[in-house]
Design a protein. Structure first.
Length: 149
């Protein structure tokens, strides 16, 4: 590859890998990371073997295809853990809280961390424990609960 970009010397594949990884940062999805990884592997191979540019490009194409088709589907990314990002009220479902204001006519409030949340449910007195069973818009739907252990 040094024949095409002689000013880079032995860094050609490392520069290509870096550019592909920067493209990955700028675009959605996880695709260019695998191409960048393939370029980095070719960069390592280039350190130990003096291959022609045709063979290096062929190896890059094969490694890119292998990474995208076989490695990518098997790698688990943590994107499923952040499903409630900007919708943190769904994180409260199943948890019990103390009523900050009584539920009167089906509406009251609980304090969760530093925020007061509007709750709906059967009428309850202030200080009673309620369990969040679902979310309705920005309101938490609650039911009576015993004090958690």
């Amino acid at each position: 590859m040094q024949q095409f970009l002689p000013f880079l010397g032995g860094w050609t594949w490392w520069v290509i890998a870096g550019i592909l990884l920067l493209i990955e940062l700028m675009l959605p999805g996880v695709f260019f990371m695998w191409l960048g990884l393939a370029a980095a592997v070719i960069g390592v191979i280039d350190l130990f073997a003096d291959l022609s540019w045709q063979i290096e490009i062929a190896f890059f194409a094969v490694l890119s295809a292998l990474f995208v088709l076989f490695v990518r589907p098997r790698v688990k990314f943590p994107e499923g853990e952040a499903t409630n990002l900007n919708q943190r009220m769904y994180d409260f479902v199943g948890h019990s809280y103390v009523l900050h204001e009584p539920i009167v006519d089906g509406r009251g409030k609980v304090r969760i961390d530093d925020t007061l949340w509007v709750v709906t449910g059967s009428d309850r007195d202030k200080g009673e424990w309620v369990k969040v069973k679902s979310v309705d818009g920005t309101r938490l739907v609650v039911e009576p609960a015993s004090k958690p252990a």
